[in-house]
Design a protein around this ligand. Sequence first.
Ligand SMILES: [Zn+2]
Length: 425
Amino acid sequence: MATTSDVTLTNDKHIPRNIIMVVADGMGPAYTTAYRNYADDPSTPAIETGILDEILVGNASTYPAAVSGYVTDSAAAATALATGVKSYNGAIGVDANKQPVESVLQRAKKLGMRTGVAVTSQINHATPASYLAHNESRKNYDAIADSFYDDKVNGHFVANVMLGGGTQYFVREDRNLVTAFTENGYQYVEAYDELASVPAGSDVIGLFAPVGLPAALDDENHHRLSYMTEHAIKHLENPEGFFLLVEASQVDWAGHANDIGSAMAEMDDMSVTVSYLHDYVAAHPDTLVVLTADHSTGGLTIGANGVYEWHPEYLRNMQSSVSSIAVNMVSEDSPAGYAEAQLGFTFEGDDTARVTDIAALPDFEARETALKAFLDEKTNTGWTTGGHTGVDVEVFAFGAGAHAFAGQLDNTDIAKTFFQYLEAK
Ligand SMILES: [Zn+2]
């Protein structure tokens, strides 16, 4: 039987023309297992495998430069993934001595390829920033945004396509970078559906929110990353090849918030994106896709408190995030009835009384925390931290040159291999 996997395997040893790097921020191994269970068809006894099981090739260590110990932040990890150089936590495209180091995206641009980013955070957040800019601190958001316009590679802007959030940083009182880009031939879009009318091959800046995009569960398009990725590729395809960074940024944000409902929804957007890319590679076998995480977040566990159970059935029909339920429930005539409809499962036992009590809590944060605890109890989900953990992460790859990512890697190895492929083209 001819499958898309056969197509990708036969081209596995080739040097890729196009490289697509997908970073699922915060997606430690517990997230991919949880997502398999979440996506399982409960009407069959088997737990079905998914796209991630098909494309798994290896494992990567994530530790930052020695000065920052064993547990990385997203900036140091993104710098390692983008440049092949380990740095300190907070570093954006600079080494441990705060000196700029070239990213694979910048090298691709130098070699005449088209380049882009499509992310669900603001486009100047740590991961995309480490591919596009150099700054001693991830917190210098305005300066990083300025770099996207000011720093040229061989006289060209570093990225042809930038899709995500961030109007707050790009349209400021002291500087309007959107106007500056449009004066230089870029198309500007502020709504997802406007992307459809931009002619293929354009330079595009699309900013769809003031900071990060709405959570997948609350966004008008639950699969906005997949949508942006498809459109980014349309504008990047050209005979010289392209480099695209895709980031499922908010898996990490859900992990920091210990929010299992949003974590699964963000994983679903990422998974749909990767399925799209798998089809794309079947039709464009000269393309390489690598997916990994920068670290794990939240210390997620599937099962908790000594109980050998996990119940994803409470997550599969969620209509909005617990944050938005915590905001909106107070103005409903029946807060518990509203929460039941939004959470998407039938309340039983004392659930209605408990959620009615939650709705009576005076401040939003207390309601949100209590709703998350309610869902954690229902699903028997555990968390150990509101921050990151230092476990290794999985590496997934398919398409031209995918063989090089098999086995145990360090996160820096991914960029080192990309540099070799870019130079060998
Ligand atoms: Zn994080």
